[in-house]
Design a protein around this ligand. Structure first.
Ligand SMILES: [Zn+2]
Length: 409
């Protein structure tokens, strides 16, 4: 592989066709044909093993961004990130959530390292459905809503949780278990309850709310709405998914476009519906807690959940230079920015380590300081390597999402 003289290069991303994805949103964003019956769940930009971006550098064969950065870490990432990470530490995604995703929690980096090594020692096949840890990394996430977006996000406050357990007759039995604020006891109880009892408690609840759901009486801002939908999506072989308890136990958030939330290790969450742009550490470590047909390892899950209430912190972005909003988080691996450039205007950029850009709307001309340029339309992306200077000129009013590593300048 040769090192390209160009420091700013066009890239293509990877679409993931998971079953919960929508049909039209991503094809429209990416300007690709819709295949009948195919779902389009996620669009990835980055260097993940299961879907690295590809570089277009004028040569016939596309080059994997992962291979390129692995071959030239210092030239692409710079000294500091090359030393600290040695690879692109983030993954940028656009997601179209049509059907709710599993309830999940991600490990801390320390715990991921220990557990990954332990599973390797036990010889659990990386491809096995029983394998919990795919790598040794943490996976904090920031998600920014592109549409109205509903999600479950951490445990409710003690007061809100006591209220909903009292107001939902079929969940009264959990009131004394939770007490004033025993999150661990409550969550352990519902996660370890024998399946016959799960079915018994939830059957009456579901009979009641599904009739309301079918009559169109439930709003998306009510837990009952999502519990009814979950029951119709995930109950199998006559059994009811115990994840339905969690819909009542966790905060139900309804975000407006432009609002973001950050999810660090230990915070349980589930995406219910909507479109978002998400940035995360480059990892695949997910511990599931229901609303899924996949493997749920309850004892392992319990080790990684933080048993505390979450007061949702809605992030709306910090204005920096003109047209730029930054969404800061405590994560050392990534930072998301939104750039708005009006038609005819331009923005001069200097890369600090590696940066990835996605045109979300409009179109732009990108010119490197060696005079070379290319045009990027809606849904198209490029990468800018360490120290590269470029100018981005908006051909129309343009919105661009930028992924970078914080603290690199
Ligand atoms: Zn997650």
């Amino acid at each position: 592989m040769e090192l390209s003289k160009d420091r700013v290069l066009q890239i293509t991303g990877k679409v993931q066709h998971y079953a919960w994805g929508g049909f039209y949103y991503l094809p429209k964003l990416l300007n690709i044909p819709v295949k009948k019956g195919e779902t389009y769940a996620e669009f990835w930009l980055g260097a993940h093993e299961r879907g690295s971006s590809e570089l277009k550098n004028g040569s016939e064969n596309p080059v994997s961004l992962k291979d390129y950065v692995d071959t030239f870490p210092v030239q692409t990432l710079g000294e500091k990130a090359g030393r600290t990470f040695g690879h692109i530490p983030f993954l940028l995604k656009v997601m179209d959530v049509k059907d709710m995703l599993s309830i999940q929690v991600h490990p801390t980096r320390e715990n991921a390292q220990i557990a990954f090594d332990a599973e390797n020692k036990l010889g659990i096949d990386p491809a096995s459905p029983k394998r919990n840890f795919k790598d040794n990394n943490h996976k904090p996430e920031l998600m920014l809503a592109l549409s109205e977006f509903w999600l479950l996000h951490g445990f409710k406050s003690p007061k809100a949780l006591q209220t909903i357990l009292r107001e939902t007759p079929e969940l009264h039995f959990l009131v004394p278990i939770f007490g004033s604020d025993n999150y661990k006891k409550l969550y352990k109880h519902v996660m370890e309850l024998p399946q016959v009892q799960v079915d018994r408690h939830l059957k009456t609840l579901l009979e009641r709310i599904i009739s309301h759901f079918n009559a169109g009486k439930l709003s998306k801002d009510k837990e009952d709405y999502w519990a009814a939908r979950a029951a119709m999506t995930y109950s199998q072989d006559g059994h009811i998914d115990r994840g339905i308890f969690s819909i009542y136990i966790f905060n139900l958030l309804h975000l407006q476009p432009g609002q973001a939330v950050y999810q660090d290790a230990g915070l349980p969450h589930a995406y219910l519906e909507g479109q978002n742009v998400e940035i995360m550490s480059n990892s695949d470590n997910v511990l599931r807690g229901g609303l899924t047909v996949k493997h749920v390892d309850v004892p392992e899950l319990m080790k990684h959940v933080k048993f505390e209430c979450t007061v949702p912190n809605i992030i709306t972005g910090v204005a920096s230079t003109e047209g730029r909003l930054v969404y800061p988080t405590p994560a050392p691996d990534f930072e998301l920015s939104r750039l708005q450039i009006m038609k005819g205007k331009s923005d001069k950029l200097v890369s600090h380590s590696i940066e990835i850009f996605l045109v979300f709307s409009g179109s732009a001309e990108v010119e490197e300081n060696n005079g070379k340029s290319f045009k990027r339309n809606k849904g198209e992306a490029w990468v800018s390597f360490d120290t590269a200077k470029s100018e981005v000129r908006a051909i129309e009013d343009t919105v661009i999402y930028q992924a970078s590593i914080p603290g690199m300048d």
